[in-house]
Design a protein around this ligand. Sequence first.
Ligand code: AMP
Ligand code: GLY
Length: 424
Amino acid sequence: MNVLIVGSGGREHALAWKIAQSPRVERVFVAPGNAGTAADAENVDISTDDFPALIKFAQENEVGLTVVGPEAPLAAGIVDVFQDAGLRVFGPNAAAAELEGSKVFCKDLLRDADVASGEYQTFEDVDEAVMFLEEREDVPVVVKADGLAAGKGVIVCSCRDEALAAVEKIARQKAYGDAGNRILIEERLDGQEASVLAITDGQTLVMLQPAQDHKPAYDGDTGPNTGGMGAYCPAPLMDDEMLHWVEEKVLVPTIHAMKRARRPFSGVLYAGLMITNQGPKVLEYNVRFGDPECQPLLFRLKTDLVDVLEATVDGRLDQLDPLEWDPRPSVCVVMASEGYPNSYEKGRPIRGLDEAAKLADTKVFHAGTGLLNGQVVNTGGRVLNVTAMGDNIARAKLAAYTAVKCIRWDGAWCRKDISDKALF
Ligand code: AMP
Ligand code: GLY
């Protein structure tokens, strides 16, 4: 069977790398891919929003399974059009992808399903939102654009003035476009964050190991928010008992609520959780593998991922054997371009990848890379996802940073403290 992966980041490289290991897979295509997927699979020059071209490619190249990485094509209905064309595709349809595509839909569903999450109010009228903030006590809140904003439409505020500025930016100036037509003002929760991902066919849940992302740009969780500067897995703050609680009290009720809403969910259900003093509360749902969480997760997965993805698409996850994991933890360090998360220069040659490739238990997944005259160059803000395993977290961290040291380009940087939260 041939497999098509839609997307071009580190998550898609990890998916391509893992899927290519399946004995049942002949060719792995990635559309549009990056320099890393070009080496481990075959790139196809079709963008993630050109559904007709993707369908045509799948039909002409005996693609037996398509796996969609990012949220935008899912929310735009790529699964619906593939299914209409009779093609097998992994991911939720547009109706189910609303769980990520609309934060208002998500919060309302969580409330109906009685799942723990922060208090919130929804506004369509900017003046009403302003009045709400001015009339209530000056407490920390989070202002969120309802729609997809490439991970940027969330502003965490410590006081009323910041919240008012956030409402202006999102809802009046429309800094994230139509995503800000509706906004949420949400109670700010305190604690550590954890990512719990599960794969579901709408009936059966298969839990993945808990992971932790590092969203702020700089060490010690300081600086601006990013798409994620590193991740590790498993995250010890989420012990087995808590993970079981999340499955029973968060994920299962969500799956049932989606069914009741006539939006049965199939694909990756990813709960972004805040571990508060009162226990885990849902910050948001994503409807896809996390990036970068996917990289350290798949690095440890021993089970053939294609078996899991196919069982999901075919609605027979209940027949799947339990997942097998490498017991060793993994750490993924994101190497970024100078200037990220703001503007940065592209096209800088990257050196040392061959040296890093020789290290045991290490894999450099590519995120924002491309080929320019045969040379690997940076094309994005998050450039490489250096992933390694070790006998314990400290050793996995050391292994990842040993590989990082092999790699050089002008302006390359990374956080130096990925996984430290697991050690204290
Ligand atoms: P989201 O896109 O909803 O995951 O939000 C992005 C980030 O904003 C999260 O990873 C949290 O760090 C932060 N965040 C979102 N909602 C809240 C909340 N209610 N309280 C505190 N932080 C939040
Ligand atoms: N790691 C955060 C995300 O994938 O949204």
